[in-house]
Design a protein around this ligand. Structure first.
Ligand code: NAG
Ligand code: NAG
Ligand code: NAG
Ligand code: NAG
Ligand code: NAG
Length: 367
């Protein structure tokens, strides 16, 4: 069975690139996703029929028009409507307090045979209403973590949006000129606690982590706690710190159905992603809350359009094999899909540098 083979392969790959694997949100089994995809064929808009499937090319995507991009509200509304057939981002963005109690057992979305208990701390931090309830924003920025942002001078432009989404607690302090400061929602995979904060081994790392959390004042902290096993303790440490220091963040824990639903939507639209990246998840959800969606820091290629090397993350030295078949993601395919949507005016992908002088106009337009 291909599935069995895939699992074996997965186990093997885990040994090699454990850091990359635990970074990921969740695998969704092929069968389930296919079933979802066929559940509502009318939802398909077949927008991506024209996308070519050959290798990753940054050449044709490098020519993303930026001067004459215009927003297509009709298309954007249509996409929102179609996504709503698969998920309601307002609801699926977090499990709510009323639906669980401490001690309840949850099966991980990815590792279904493993379970975790709802801890007292997690229960206390479950929201009572959706943190995105009744939120509507005119212009939103979703900031991916690609090194393409380095030296982009996009910070002020990013911060000029009405709502800014960031991924995986990426640092901003040392990079604000290129990535901005403003954060209204930030995701945090449990593995970040290990990767970027040394599993809080000593006081110094605990302080750094706490400071990062405190710097989020008022934003939504989105923690995919029930996707893959292994992060239970790290989530618990984070929650304990938040409670102990009454950190001003609004925690959210994605619903157990979110991943299946998002993947189902894209499969139905003929985009055969394996597991959605956090960036694609955020775009899919943001369609519910945002009118115009602008993406920054999305660039899954090792070279920029001029052939210069681009780091995987703007803030660390992690390497990533974008086109490896063992990778749980299909980033170049996701990117081609987003490029198509850019050309159609459904969203805007920013892959170049930002012109600081044009910023005031952008701000005027947003009012
Ligand atoms: C991009 O285009 C150049 C010439 O325009 C070509 O030499 C290069 O191989 C292309 N790269 C890819 C990845 O298609
Ligand atoms: C936008 O500009 C690109 C090249 O920069 C061109 O190919 C395209 O036709 C233009 N689109 C419109 C609608 O003018
Ligand atoms: C906007 O998108 C709609 C739906 O796809 C399409 O019918 C329409 O032609 C587009 N408008 C422009 C100006 O491209
Ligand atoms: C989870 O809850 C069950 C039943 O309440 C209990 O038997 C088990 O020890 C708990 N496990 C952990 C790790 O707390
Ligand atoms: C950014 O600019 C600095 C100064 O010009 C340069 O040293 C550095 O290599 C640049 N980094 C990237 C990723 O282009």
């Amino acid at each position: 069975m291909p599935l069995v083979f895939r699992s074996l392969l997965f186990g093997f790959v885990t040994l090699l690139v454990v850091v990359l694997i635990i970074d990921d949100i969740a695998e969704v089994e092929e069968e389930t996703a296919k079933a979802t995809a066929h559940a509502d064929p009318t939802a398909s808009t077949r927008r991506n029929k024209g996308i070519k499937r050959h290798g990753p090319s940054y050449n044709n995507t490098a020519k993303l028009s930026s001067n004459n991009w215009t927003f297509n509200k009709t298309l954007s509304n249509l996409i929102r409507k179609n996504i709503l057939r698969f998920l309601d981002p307002e609801r699926d963005i977090s499990i709510l307090k009323g639906t669980l109690k401490p001690g309840d057992i949850i099966h991980y979305v990815f590792d279904r045979h493993s379970t975790t208990n709802i801890s007292e701390n997690l229960y206390r931090l479950l929201p009572t209403v959706s943190p995105m309830k009744n939120q509507h924003h005119r212009r939103c920025a979703i900031v991916g973590n690609s090194g393409i942002l380095l030296n982009s001078s996009c910070g002020p432009e990013i911060d000029s949006h009405d709502f800014v989404i960031r991924c995986n607690l990426a640092p901003v302090e040392d990079y604000y000129r290129d990535v901005g400061w403003r954060t209204n929602l930030v995701t945090m995979n449990p593995s970040v606690v290990q990767r970027a904060f040394q599993d809080l081994v000593n006081e110094e790392w605990r302080d750094r982590f706490l400071q990062r959390l405190q710097s989020l004042s008022g934003s939504v902290l989105w923690i995919p706690a029930f996707m893959a096993k292994g992060g239970e303790e790290r989530v618990e440490w984070a929650l304990r710190l938040i409670l102990l220091h009454t950190v001003d963040v609004r925690t959210a824990f994605p619903s157990l159905r979110l991943l299946h639903a998002v993947r189902g939507y894209w499969l139905t639209n003929n985009v055969h992603i394996k597991r959605p990246t956090t960036g694609l998840l955020m775009y899919t959800m943001a369609t519910r809350f945002c009118e115009e969606i602008h993406l920054y820091g999305f660039w899954p290629f090792p070279l920029d359009p001029h052939g210069k090397p681009v780091k995987y993350h703007y803030y660390d030295t992690l390497k990533y094999e974008y086109t490896s078949s063992s990778s749980p993601h299909t980033m170049p395919l996701e990117f081609r899909t987003l490029s198509t949507l850019h050309r159609q005016g459904a969203l805007r992908l920013h892959t170049g540098t930002c012109d600081a002088e044009r910023r005031p106009q952008t701000e005027l337009q947003s009012k």
